[in-house]
Design a binder for this molecule. Structure first.
Ligand SMILES: C[S@@+](CC[C@H](N)C(=O)[O-])C[C@H]1O[C@@H](n2cnc3c(N)ncnc32)[C@H](O)[C@@H]1O
Length: 207
């Protein structure tokens, strides 16, 4: 009986999640659903808990419109990086993470080689900065969530960000990660808050 109840609860939760995916472009929603089902099969709790939620992902994708060179610090198992690639066929994403997670390869297999070829993975801390010359249109920070490390990340990537480029800080309002807000304050960055993200536009000064 308990197992039946558990299954019913999980089914309800998954249906609710499926409905939340409506805020995403169709291809991205389909990918997120397939990745989630794979996570359940793999017993990959980490991805189920840590991947960017649909509403926040929708906000990130809309901020990323026309941004073709994206860097994600804290790629984890790649759900957000892959979603960014699916949302725009011209986009390339470079993802940094200090942990090489084997599950990432499984989630990459859910998309075509053409999509996979637009993702570059770097196993290094985000604060290492760019490994090659070139501009970045959007820097998405979802890594250590610690004040000092986040500040170093921004400083390391700032030279690659031209006027108009965006820095998007995840978990800006998360009560467990005060370091994110503190880093924004210490850096004196202006910007707007959106679905738990803080968005700073390079070269823009809000009154
Ligand atoms: C919340 S998860 C990221 C989730 C991912 N952005 C997504 O949407 O699927 C945070 C990730 O940051 C990584 N991380 C922690 N400190 C880091 C650092 N200094 N540089 C790069 N990645 C880091 C962790 O290993 C973890 O995989």
């Amino acid at each position: 009986m308990t197992r039946v109840l558990e299954r019913a609860r999980r089914l309800r939760r998954e249906l609710a999640f499926l409905l939340r995916l409506r805020v995403l472009p169709r291809g991205v929603a389909a990918y997120q659903w397939r990745a989630r089902r794979l996570a359940w099969r793999l017993g990959d709790e980490f991805s189920l808990v840590s991947a960017t939620e649909p509403e926040k992902l929708a906000a990130l994708l809309s901020l990323a419109e026309d941004k073709h060179r994206v860097v994600e610090l804290g790629t984890a198992t790649g759900w957000t990086a892959i979603s960014l690639l699916l949302a725009d066929g011209q986009r390339v994403v470079v993802g940094y993470d200090i942990v090489e997670r084997p599950e990432l390869q499984m989630y990459l297999k859910l998309v075509s080689p053409a999509v996979r070829s637009r993702l570059e993975l770097v196993c290094a801390p985000g604060e290492e900065g760019p490994r090659r010359d070139g501009h970045v249109d959007l820097l998405y920070i979802d890594s250590s969530h610690e004040r000092a490390a986040t500040i170093r990340e921004v400083q390391a990537w700032a030279p690659a960000l031209e006027d108009g480029a965006l820095i998007v800080f995840d978990d800006f309002t998360h009560p467990e990660y005060p370091g994110v807000r503190e880093s924004v304050q210490q850096l004196g960055l202006d910007g707007v808050e959106r679905d738990g993200l803080f968005v700073h536009r390079m070269g823009a000064h809000q009154a």
